[in-house]
Design a protein around this ligand. Sequence first.
Ligand SMILES: [Cu+2]
Length: 205
Amino acid sequence: MRTVLFAAIATLIGVVGSAVPVLERGPVAGAQTTATVSIGDNWFCNASYADGVCDTSITAGDTVLWTNNGTLPHTVTECGPAFTPCPQSGGFDSGTLTNGQTFSRAFPTPGTYEYWCSIHGNAMRGRVIVAAAQQTPIPTPAAPASPGGTASPTPTRTVAAPAAVPGTGGSPTDGGISTPAILAIVAAALLIACAGGGLSVLRRR
Ligand SMILES: [Cu+2]
């Protein structure tokens, strides 16, 4: 009868072992950041980009904040691909920014976004290059070869070995353990307690 109980406990731990890494992959999106771009007379980023194109590289979901540090009014106005046309119908547009005024825009979609100052034209151009956000893989010990499990769609989809599960010694109040893991540990402890004390319901079977 104890064999049956231990088998049940092992199964329970196994289920938790495969569920925990999936749960831990939830909040993997990197912290969103804000890139700042200075606007001057007449350039974006810094004076070396006067009559040039300033590139700002960010990750999808990030925000770009432009600040007019010049004495002249300027705009941040989206253009079409390769700056054709400028402005682009429906594109973002800060409107006129005077000294000290700012304009910010989030870029949730990967791609390249060209813009210029609609007052000074080709003299003031820039590009926002938005890279796709990447999921942060959770480092796990090498998983044993699983039958039929070779078709994992992504390299981050690994299965933790049961040894990685904090089955013993983990405090229920430990913030690092997920709720399902705590429940499973409590259940396992109850099963062990029942096995030791003699669970009449199970023994009748
Ligand atoms: Cu300008």
